[in-house]
Design a protein around this ligand. Sequence first.
Ligand SMILES: [Zn+2]
Length: 532
Amino acid sequence: MKKLFIILLFVSLYCFGKSPSPKLIVFISIDQMRADYFERYNQYFTGGFNRLFSKGIVYTNADLNYAASETGPGHATLGTGCYPWKSGILANEWVEHKTLKEMYCVSDSTAKSVDSVGGGNSPRNLVVTAVGDWLKQQTPTSKVITASFKDRAAILMGGKNPDYVFWYSKSVGGMVTSDYYSKSLPQWVKTFNASNWPEKNVPAEWSKTLADSDYSKIGPDEYAAEAKRKETTAFPYSFTIGKKAEELGGSPYGDKIIVDFAMDAVKNEKLGQRNVTDLLCISLSNCDYVGHAQGPDSHEMLDLLVNVDRYLGDFFSFLDKNIGKDNYVVALSADHAVCPLPEFNTEFRNVSAKRYIYAADIKPKTDTLNSKLKLELNSSEDILIKNAFINYSAGTKAGLDSIQLEQKVKMGLLSIDAFVDIYFRRELVTREKSDKLFIEKYRNSYYAPRGKDYLYRIRENSIISSRPYGTTHGSPYSYDTHVPLIFWWNNATPKKITREVHSADAAPTLAKFAGFSFPKNLDGVPLKEVVK
Ligand SMILES: [Zn+2]
């Protein structure tokens, strides 16, 4: 009778969806990953990307829903479920209003090195909690560990109170942290760092993985608008013995080291192997480096993705074996996407696109505007300060109220070809109805205590660059803000969901999936296709 009762209880719990919490949540960010890579290159994926895309819940219309499409804001939003206006991380770096000094989003002069490496960084500038904090609040014995090639990615996904956060150091050829997190490196991290991973694992050259014909369909390998890597823009790329620790960035091996390290973390910290839910966040950065240098349509990008697909495939097989297929859940998204090389867009897509060189096309013009305004206002002080602030008091002295001065600034800036709209602080700190295009995306990006007096919107499909090659992101356009968002667990019913969702939804969705509570005032919401 007792047996029957237990069986009935089990069946009823199972049928009503009360399956036990996952023992491990794996939260993956692929830095700068465009959502279209999955469809475009699906035929080449046989590993981790393939498992997620063919067997997971795939949101094909996930957007950041804010304008600051950069790494710092992107990872803060993934981790916290809040847009930059709430997380405080409104850019990778900003100018402090009082001191006019630059602030890097994870910089912290009080965070010291650990075992004489790392230091200098912490989540001090993050003003909200993250998914790992919510988990540990409910079950303090849960472990939260994050790892990335980039400090800001690891730190901002990790939240305020994780167990460990690690990022890559070229000089160490391994992983470091700061004393914000711990006073010493765990022994397994010291062992990893002593293993000389780069020299042992980075081969003599990075060469193409697939057949030549798979790459030539995309476009040329040798292309003038690509940044050179070791004096060339074409495969293969050699590595120098003894210098691999500094050369692996911008190649697949910069991601492989993070995935290998993550497996060591699972093994040594017994993640997913105890009676509580643990969280492992991984951010793979080299899609961003390759995207900046060679662009999203390059042979290098396809090859990198094919490699990352394999690394993640190996990683999931490792988890199947060591934790059990039924005991973990994976979410994958990105901090932002990227604009194609303007030259590639013009030549191969017939898209009107432009590269503005900052020193030639922008700076002389904003300098001239500043001089003109100084003259007009009869002011000895600058009117435009650090491309961030407006000298309103100089306006007052000249008899102009703030709106009148802003009007002059706006007219001047909009006469510069690269800019198509200007958003002032007063328009960004309110939620009043406005018919300005993209205003809600800018408002979602605007954390007032750190905000500039004005933001510009760049012409669509164009970039402002310091160099005549490479590309970037940071605009509110969908090529920068449309990101992948996928959830996978064993026996999920595969689905492609086309409604618009946001990267901020990832954190509350994971919390609800694993059964722990999360703050009420998030921007993201749990996604109903993943959690009932
Ligand atoms: Zn980037």
